[in-house]
Design a protein around this ligand. Structure first.
Ligand code: S3P
Length: 446
């Protein structure tokens, strides 16, 4: 298992382009595989999560090539997938599993989706229930978890589904199944969630209607191959937005970051806390807005985080909790129970790590209360367990910009799911992270 050894760091400065957006990378592979004709994808995230989706479509008979720059997908059309000859392994990726389920219920063949220990404990009834209403047949464990055995050949009918939780994964799953359903499928979301699926479907020439909180499409259409440019992932940029805000004398520019308004909650929350973030050179990248983000050190203050921003910053809370620890006064988060069912229980694991580093933090069923302190050395050195959660590992690495001693973060392998060159890029802008070679476990040939 890889650990990060994070030595106290100084200012965070320079220019940085973080890897491609994970959510958009998954969707680029899915929709271009189901399209007629070829699609080239630039900026694709070669992280373990999106590579799981890529491999799944190869296993389903789609020809996908990688020339080291672009990924070329030779789409087979909505009806062109082939039965896989083995289980489809989704690793750590909830997005891969939930979106694939929406595609696979529309196929004439059976398939099985599996995942690692974290993914195998995450709730899947949230996608199984609406798909059942459409006519799909899916077996799971009694706890409502993977492996998922998806029975093919059951005709689907469109539904109108009110999402019980604000989840873009559930919305996208139902819309993907809707491509295969008779009639119209509509999803109503309680709060806006990321809308990459809807945008990209339109880019592929598929009609999707949105009327306030209701998103509808009709089954039986055609997707036409297109070229896709994946912007840099704001969820990866978020760590550096926080680091450059809390580290003294910082001035960092993050280039070509996706700033889709359904993803920019982290900027809004940091600005409410007093952060100095400029959005520069806003432009369009194939239907998604992108910009350069310039962030400089600022005195942050604690806030009550507005609940409507929660889905718009859902993956950025580990990083935001580090910012809250460095802010003057108390930060309160509520309405975020979803954080307990991410790659780890992000409320508890973050609270434990903050306390281990000398910060006062109290986990609540649907959020957290953090007592910030604006001193130079907010965090003591110490040991933190990331619980195998990529975003928790990266968030605690940022704490080293305001730490009095070395922070050792355990179980960091999964950083590769979303940000494979994290340590190299972080060290290039001023962090001091070492990654000792993991020790051999057991003797060879034993
Ligand atoms: C994602 C949606 C979010 C997010 C996840 C990616 C997506 O999950 O946490 O990392 O790509 O649709 P939920 O939709 O379940 O909140």
């Amino acid at each position: 298992m890889t650990d990060f050894i994070c030595h106290p760091a100084g200012s965070i400065s320079g220019e940085l382009r973080v890897p491609g957006d994970k959510s958009i990378s998954h969707r680029a592979i899915i929709l271009s595989s189901l399209a007629e004709g070829s699609s080239d994808i630039t900026g694709f995230l070669r992280g373990e999560d999106s590579l799981k989706t890529l491999q799944a479509f190869r296993d389903l008979g789609v020809e996908i090539t990688d020339n080291g720059e672009d990924i070329s997908v030779h789409g087979v059309g909505l009806e062109g997938l082939k039965a896989p000859d083995h289980e489809l392994y989704m690793g750590n990726s909830g997005t891969a599993m939930r979106l694939m389920t929406g595609v696979l219920v529309g196929q004439p063949f059976d398939s099985i989706l599996t995942g690692d220990a974290s993914l195998s404990s995450r709730p899947m009834l949230r996608v199984i229930q609406p798909l059942n209403l459409m006519g799909a047949v899916i077996d799971c464990l009694p706890e409502g978890t993977a492996p998922l055995h998806i029975r093919g050949g059951h005709p689907l009918t469109g539904i109108e589904y009110v999402l019980p939780v604000a989840s873009a994964q559930v919305k996208s799953c139902v819309l993907l199944a809707g491509l295969y359903a008779k009639g119209e499928t509509c999803v109503i979301e309680p709060l806006p969630t990321r809308d990459h699926t809807e945008r990209m479907l339109r880019g592929f020439g598929y009609q999707v209607h949105r009327d306030e909180d209701r998103i509808c499409l009709k089954g039986g259409g055609v997707l036409k191959g297109m070229n896709i440019e994946v912007p840099a992932d704001i969820s990866s940029a978020a760590f550096f937005l926080v680091a450059a805000s809390i580290a003294p004398d910082s001035d960092l520019t993050l280039t070509h970051v996706g700033i889709n308004p359904t993803r920019t909650g982290v900027i809004e929350i940091l600005r409410l806390m007093g952060a100095d973030i400029e959005i520069l050179d806003e432009r369009d990248a194939g239907g998604e807005p992108v910009a350069d983000l310039r962030v400089r050190s600022a005195e942050l203050k604690g806030i009550d985080i507005p609940e409507e921003l929660v889905p718009l910053a859902i993956d950025e809370f580990p990083a935001l909790f580090i910012a809250a620890a460095c802010a003057e006064g108390r930060t309160r988060l509520s309405g975020a129970a979803e954080l307990r069912v991410k790659e780890s229980d992000r409320i508890q694991v973050m609270a434990d790590g903050l306390v281990a580093l000398g910060v006062q933090a109290e986990a609540r069923p649907d959020g957290i209360v953090i007592e910030g302190s604006p001193g130079d050395q907010v965090f003591s050195g110490g040991q933190v367990d990331s619980a195998g959660d990529h975003r928790i590992a990266m968030a605690f690495a940022m704490a080293s910009t305001r730490a009095s001693g070395t922070i050792e973060i355990h179980d960091c392998d999964n950083v590769n799911t979303s940000f494979p060159n994290f340590v190299e890029l972080a060290d290039a802008v001023g962090l001091q992270i070492e990654r000792p070679e993991p020790e051999e476990s057991g003797e060879e040939d034993a």
